[in-house]
Design a protein around this ligand. Structure first.
Ligand SMILES: [Zn+2]
Ligand SMILES: [Zn+2]
Length: 212
């Protein structure tokens, strides 16, 4: 029995939508449903899984632009991001049109998330950490038991998230990564919002933005 995951790069931005499931219970969650919804639905069905929720790290279009379409086929609660990203979810119709994505309506999640909450996939608990900087309402999901972090656009292989978007803040991002993520066990595997996986230990040693 283990926590399993499959990373599916969606949208022209190759955003890492992640299907997480507990193979003991068959219970599954999808993170950051940015688009390519028919493909995601087919993958879930092929694995015979029961998706019980969508979790969102932040409100950017490549992470949230497919949510309304997804829940029209699979009616599950949408959890997160933090309410500071409400302005991004409200701007989705204009932003998706501007980038040539299928146009997404604005939406509100079923529930905004806050630091310190615990979410679950089967028998696995994920802690919610609020990491503003890339966006003000960005959250990440950490499972100590599975040594896994869903990092969204906060931390990438040897780099960090952009902070030149509306309400981005470079100092906040660096400070939050140092105080909340670099303190996690070094063997923690990191699924970043784009690109390859990494570990906390690798980033502590080699990330040029995080050298003390
Ligand atoms: Zn982003
Ligand atoms: Zn992104």
């Amino acid at each position: 029995m283990a926590l399993q995951f499959e990373i599916m790069a969606v949208t022209p931005f190759r955003q890492n939508c992640t299907l997480l499931w507990d193979d003991g219970s068959g219970e599954a969650v999808l993170t950051d449903v940015g688009g390519d919804v028919p493909h995601l639905l087919a993958q879930v069905k092929a694995k015979g899984l029961q998706v019980k929720a969508v979790w969102l790290t932040h409100g950017h279009l490549d992470h949230a632009g497919g949510v309304v379409e997804f829940v029209s086929h699979c009616d599950v609660p949408v959890l997160g991001p933090h309410c500071e990203d409400e302005f991004l979810l409200q701007s989705l119709p204009e932003v998706t049109a501007q980038y040539g994505f299928p146009v997404s309506p604005a939406f509100e999640p079923t529930r905004w998330l806050e630091e310190g909450e615990t979410l679950s996939v089967g028998n696995y608990a994920f802690q919610v950490l609020h990491i503003p900087g890339h966006t003000p309402g960005h959250v990440v999901f950490y499972c100590a038991q599975a040594e896994l972090l869903i990092a969204g656009d906060v931390l990438f292989y040897e780099t960090i998230g952009r902070t030149d978007f509306p309400r981005g803040n470079h100092e906040d991002l660096i400070g939050n990564i140092r105080s909340k993520l670099l303190v996690l066990p070094p063997q923690t595997r990191v699924i970043a919002g784009h690109g390859r996986m990494t570990t906390i230990g690798h980033e502590r040693q080699f990330n040029p933005f995080l050298q003390f």
